[in-house]
Design a protein around this ligand. Sequence first.
Ligand code: PMP
Length: 314
Amino acid sequence: AKCKENESFQQGQLRDYGNVELSPAAGVLNYGQGLFEGTKAYRGENGRVFLFRPDQNAIRMQMGAERMCMRSPSVQQFVDAVKQTAFANKRWIPPPGKGSLYIRPLLIGTGPILGLSPSPEYTFLVYASPVGNYFKEGTAPLNLYVNDEFHRATRGGAGGVKSITNYAPVLQAISKAKEQGFSDVVYLDSVHKKYVEEASSCNMFLVKGNVISTPATVGTILEGITRKSIIDIARDSGYKVEERLVTVDELMEADEVFTTGTAVSIAAVGSITYNGQRKEYKTGDGLVCKDLYKTLVGIQLGKIEDKHKWVVQL
Ligand code: PMP
């Protein structure tokens, strides 16, 4: 769907996957006016198809649009487009437990603009692709590397929204970490270089004793929808959860660490390397993250009562 300055988005239409045509002067190509989202459609028993909290992706995109001076679709338009895309690609959704359909909404400045100012036109589009599971029972947990040289975000920057401009600057940190055999990077705050922010595409949690802690969202980390849901699930399950500043030293002294995100769901962390030191964490049965994972996936597949009304059945 397209939208001109000061107008709302027109009704879009479904079309086959293919290239999009852009003006060389498009706002997204020249000044990075672009936002994306990520959500999944899951196949439950009896062929039922579920989406998980798509309204939250819509709201996050609206917040991002405000930050990046862009027009955005309404929550209803966003959710309808995601539902239509999932429905049209229903046959590509893997069977229960074998993966999901990853859905990628994009909002980009497509109007031509030479001087540095907001694009005169925006395009909202949604595409999808089947994906496998990240978290496989029995496979090795993540080995993370704390990088205090590169930062994902700074105070006053755009780290709190899902701007496309946040991702290319961390590719170098990720590829360096992968070359050394790590799964992903943990970023620290850019001022004190001691507070934990997040990993490249997921949020961080730690367990110490019977308390779960996660870095508070202070504008520099992305407020994950999985993060938010896990905080609620953990509290519903009787755990104490704290959202606060978390230091890297606390992370290194935790009993258990896990990450959350649409792509990873919940993934246990096996080790963290920081300043030449490697800390290994408990893995295997009895982890808090496995307990939370069961509940999250149970709700997403329509097997556990959805008391918060998070699930949308197609
Ligand atoms: N942090 C970053 C930087 C991300 O890109 C993502 C993925 N959207 C997340 C955290 C996790 O957010 P969510 O749970 O909404 O997928």
